[in-house]
Design a protein around this ligand. Structure first.
Ligand code: AMP
Length: 219
């Protein structure tokens, strides 16, 4: 299956997507993660994306569409994938529909995760991430050892540059203007499932699983 996770920054797309993908044996494709890796490696993509990411703005559609066209063709994505952070605009969603259709594939389900906006701001400012495996920690998912990843205790957790309070507000604004219209876009296509992102990681995952299982399953 091919699943899109939709929702504002901080709603838990990465955490939930990682679990879903590993449970089903699908690829987790996180565009934010791919871009951050490109920034660290200072590739041409990273150099182009960095300034916009640091300001909480979107990377241009043509760059993102080209990136996804290649990534979704990789062998690990053949059985299915979970998209975290793509599409983020209507042109990206149109391009995704088109590129999958050309391959005789489609997006099978789009899960929209929702939490109250005040919670998002709080979650993002309390978010810490493992630089090795990108696992996110926060108030509802504390590490066993303070400041250390459970799976890589030798590494200190870090905060993302774009989780700074003023950048968070900018990202939420960009989300409302450019990404939220995709909720109606996918509702119209009959693909939307809505899930509350409030509660423990386990509870949200149980709802996500129900939402994905309820989607018409096509390989
Ligand atoms: P995320 O980790 O999903 O919050 O993404 C971090 C940043 O990467 C975003 O604020 C954007 O600058 C950029 N980004 C990630 N995915 C996309 C996308 N699909 N389109 C444009 N920019 C993106």
């Amino acid at each position: 299956m091919r699943v899109v996770l939709l929702g504002p920054p901080g709603v838990g797309k990465g955490t939930q997507g990682r679990r879903l993908a590993s449970e089903r044996g699908w690829a987790l494709i996180s565009t934010g993660e791919m871009l951050r890796e490109a920034v660290t490696k200072e590739t041409p993509l990273g150099l182009e994306a960095r300034r916009r990411m640091d300001k909480g703005e979107l990377v241009p559609d043509d760059v993102m569409i080209g990136l996804m066209r290649e990534r979704t063709k990789e062998p690990d994505a053949a059985e299915g994938f979970v998209l975290d952070g793509f599409p983020r605009t209507v042109p990206q969603a149109d391009a995704l529909e088109k590129m999958l259709k050309e391959r005789g594939q489609q997006v099978d389900a789009v899960v929209s995760l929702n939490v109250a906006e005040d919670d998002l701001v709080q979650r993002l400012s309390a978010r810490w991430e493992c630089p090795v495996c990108q696992r996110a920690y926060g108030a509802t998912a504390a590490p066993k050892q303070r400041g250390r990843c459970d799976d890589h205790p030798e590494t200190e957790l870090v905060q993302r540059v774009d989780d700074a309070p003023e950048t968070v507000l900018r990202r939420l604004d960009v989300y409302r203007r450019q990404t939220e219209p995709l909720v109606e876009y996918y509702r119209t296509l009959g693909k939307l499932r809505e899930v509350s992102g409030t509660g423990s990681v386990e509870d949200v995952f149980a709802s996500l699983r129900r939402a994905v299982n309820g989607a018409p399953a096509r390989s």
